[in-house]
Design a protein. Structure first.
Length: 119
């Protein structure tokens, strides 16, 4: 995977709760999504995803950071002193979602997908 999860920060704090990701290789975010689930055991997670955020198309560079806030805001970027960029996204959920030590985020690389036909 070309992106990794760094961690979840400010759990339970409205408009500050966020998942931080780091870009390991240049890529387009349109191929990535993040889901929220829970640990079902010491080394297992539940397959019952509660929320999914699929990133919009955006080219990101190795060393960049992605901050996905669970609250409201406007997508924007800012330059870091290291020469990298932080890309800010907003899930726009009505409340925070990471409250328990068992809550976790799962990063998916979606290189192929299919939708159901419109009926």
């Amino acid at each position: 995977m070309k992106i990794e999860i760094v961690g979840i920060f400010d759990k339970g704090v409205p408009n500050n709760e966020r998942i931080t990701l780091k870009v390991l290789q240049d890529c387009n975010l349109m191929y990535y999504s993040v889901g929220k689930t829970v640990y079902s055991g010491p080394n297992n997670i539940s397959n019952a995803l509660k929320e999914i955020f699929w990133f919009s198309p955006r080219e990101v560079k190795s060393g960049d950071y992605i901050w996905l806030y669970t609250g409201n805001g406007s997508e924007h970027t800012h330059s870091n002193t290291s020469g990298t960029t932080t890309h800010n996204f907003y899930w726009r959920l009505p409340k925070t979602i990471f409250h328990s030590i068992d809550d976790c985020a799962v990063l998916f690389e979606n290189n192929n997908w299919q939708t159901s036909p419109r009926t």
